[in-house]
Design a protein around this ligand. Structure first.
Ligand SMILES: Nc1nc2c(ncn2[C@@H]2O[C@H](COP(=O)(O)OP(=O)(O)OP(=O)(O)O)[C@@H](O)[C@H]2O)c(=O)[nH]1
Ligand SMILES: [Mg+2]
Length: 277
């Protein structure tokens, strides 16, 4: 996968009138980039937060996240690009914030958030390549310009924001398992997180009734017959990669509730005003 540098992101933003920051509705806070948001503002471009994959969360959860970003002062929409849902709302948002014709929109966001799928959905037929499996040859290779309508152009880029952060953040931000030095640790963290937010997540995805992350990986490997030929031991690494891929593809089902974020913010405010200190 080609990861863009911040310098090339600035180059891209300069070429656009409107910038979309595509987030994953299951975990919008982990998939947002404050640095990108600051850069768009500093360069005087319009930003729209696009909460994508909203089919993977209840509707009121998507609504609440939209409101949270609006309260921060952003223009925000939610959509389910793969199901072609929310395209009209996004088109309207672009029209509303843009004051130039033709409008050039740069689609940015961490890998796998659905940037190419959004462009396809807006175009109405398949134009940009999409990549169902992280690391597959479907990756968009470089910035490409697509004509969406009479006065609307969109720039697609592969995994435009460099994936920074620890092992868990890397996978939440779409880093393909093949690129991880050790997929086991992040997979275990991901399983813990999944069970915290959806106690049935592992049972639903794998039919396994177990809460210990390492044992879950063992059982997945055994269930699928992934063993070392010599010793017969389960291939934990393969199971770990599968778990990460399953999260990227929405098969391991869980989402971060907006209430948790709101509670954190309230707590922070209290502390900073000295009420609780
Ligand atoms: N459930 C769900 N999956 C989606 C949605 N949009 C995209 N996806 C899936 O997410 C995966 C990544 O989509 P892409 O459009 O390739 O993502 P991208 O941001 O262009 O990825 P890179 O180009 O690698 O940075 C694919 O498996 C899509 O089918 C959506 O609205 N809902
Ligand atoms: Mg893409």
């Amino acid at each position: 996968m080609i990861l863009a540098s911040w310098r090339s992101i600035a180059w891209l933003i300069r070429r656009a009138d409107v910038v979309l920051e595509v987030l994953d509705a299951r975990d919008p806070i982990s998939t947002r980039s404050r640095r990108l948001e600051r850069m768009v503002k500093a360069l005087g471009r319009k930003l729209i937060i696009v909460i994508n994959k909203s089919d993977l969360v209840p509707r009121d959860v998507a609504e609440k996240w939209k409101k949270i970003f609006e309260d921060m002062g952003y223009y925000a929409v939610y959509m389910a690009a793969r199901d072609h849902k929310g395209t009209r709302v996004l088109r309207r948002a672009i029209r509303e914030v843009s004051d130039t014709t033709p409008t050039i929109v740069a689609v940015t966001g961490f890998p796998k958030t659905g940037k190419s799928t959004i462009i396809n959905a807006l175009k109405g037929r398949h134009a940009a390549s999409t990549s169902p499996i992280p690391g597959s040859p479907g990756y968009t290779k470089q910035a490409q310009l697509y004509r969406i309508g009479e006065n609307l152009y969109m720039i697609d880029t592969p995994g435009i924001i460099p994936v920074e952060g620890g092992p868990l953040e890397s996978v939440l931000r779409g880093k393909p398992p093949e690129q991880l030095e050790d997929p086991v640790k992040p997979a275990m963290m991901l399983l813990e997180r999944a069970l915290r937010y959806n106690p049935l997540a592992v049972k639903e995805a794998y039919g396994i009734d177990e809460t210990d992350p390492y044992k879950i990986l063992e059982l997945i490997a055994l269930k699928r017959g992934w063993r070392y030929k010599t010793t017969g031991e389960p291939l934990i690494e393969e199971a770990a990669k599968a778990v990460i891929r399953d999260y990227h593809e929405g098969k391991l089902r869980f989402y971060v509730p907006p209430e948790e974020y709101l509670a954190k913010i309230r707590e922070k405010k209290k502390t900073s005003t000295g009420e609780w200190v």
